[in-house]
Design a binder for this molecule. Structure first.
Ligand SMILES: [Zn+2]
Ligand SMILES: [Zn+2]
Length: 232
């Protein structure tokens, strides 16, 4: 093999003993490191709920969303180093592992949506050229491989460069994303769409795209994220 296969969690090179399984996933050290979002999660955004919350998380109770529903796979803290390499260090190959995990853990729920398309959150064209890839598109293609839902990567375009979201609070995030996305078709024939992103925090990005998609004729919008933060 030209490139060694790496553990998608810690990035160590998978040695022969790690190849005992037919499809190697992670190295033995990382086998139990990942924390999946719990069964007790927000009905709207998938965030793990504290025991005293009933159906919706604090955020969804207090803010209206433009999407119908969404799920994330991992608790952010357990996968953040992996996502960092996935985004910034060229490890687009992790998407295969992520996609498979997505199908195994959320496949039944995803199928209930009956969506026709996966739409990755687009990057600004210049930024994508510099990075060489859009990690949300890699992720969407990983999910598509296992769920068989096709990826529509040029349906939405990012028309405005925006400030990195991690530097902003909820209100600033919403303002930051105003007119940031453009739907490339006037009349979208797809009725149900799943937006795909690496991390879900406040939902501002998904909301901004969902709003545009609905203006273009889409009836229902969902999202899938690799990881979700807590306490926002
Ligand atoms: Zn590992
Ligand atoms: Zn929620």
């Amino acid at each position: 093999m030209l490139y060694p296969r790496r553990c998608p969690v810690c990035d160590c090179v998978l040695t022969e003993t790690s190849f005992k399984e037919i499809v190697p996933r992670v190295c033995p050290e990382c086998e139990n490191k990942l924390v999946y979002v719990g069964k007790n999660h927000c009905f709207k955004c998938g965030k793990t709920l504290k025991s005293d919350q009933e159906e919706l998380c604090y955020d969804c109770k207090n803010r209206e969303h433009f999407f119908e529903q969404g799920y994330a796979l991992f608790e952010y803290a357990s996968i953040n180093a992996s996502i960092y390499r996935f985004k910034y260090k060229g490890r687009c190959e992790y998407a295969d592992f992520y996609g498979k995990e997505m199908e195994e853990h959320l496949g039944t729920l995803i199928r209930e949506w009956n969506a026709q398309a996966l739409v990755p959150v687009p990057m600004h064209r210049r930024k994508e050229r510099i990075r060489g890839y859009n990690q949300a598109r890699c992720l969407a293609e990983g999910i598509a491989k296992y769920t068989k839902i096709p990826v529509y990567h040029s349906l939405v375009e990012r028309t405005r460069k925006t400030t990195p979201m991690k530097e902003l609070d909820v209100r600033e995030r919403q303002n930051n994303l105003k007119r940031a996305f453009h739907i490339m078709q006037d009349d979208v024939k797809l009725k149900k769409i799943v937006i795909v992103d690496d991390i879900y925090t406040t939902g501002s990005t998904v909301d901004a795209i969902a709003k545009e998609l609905k203006n273009a004729g889409v009836q229902e919008v969902f999202f899938l994220a690799l990881a979700i933060g807590t306490g926002l």
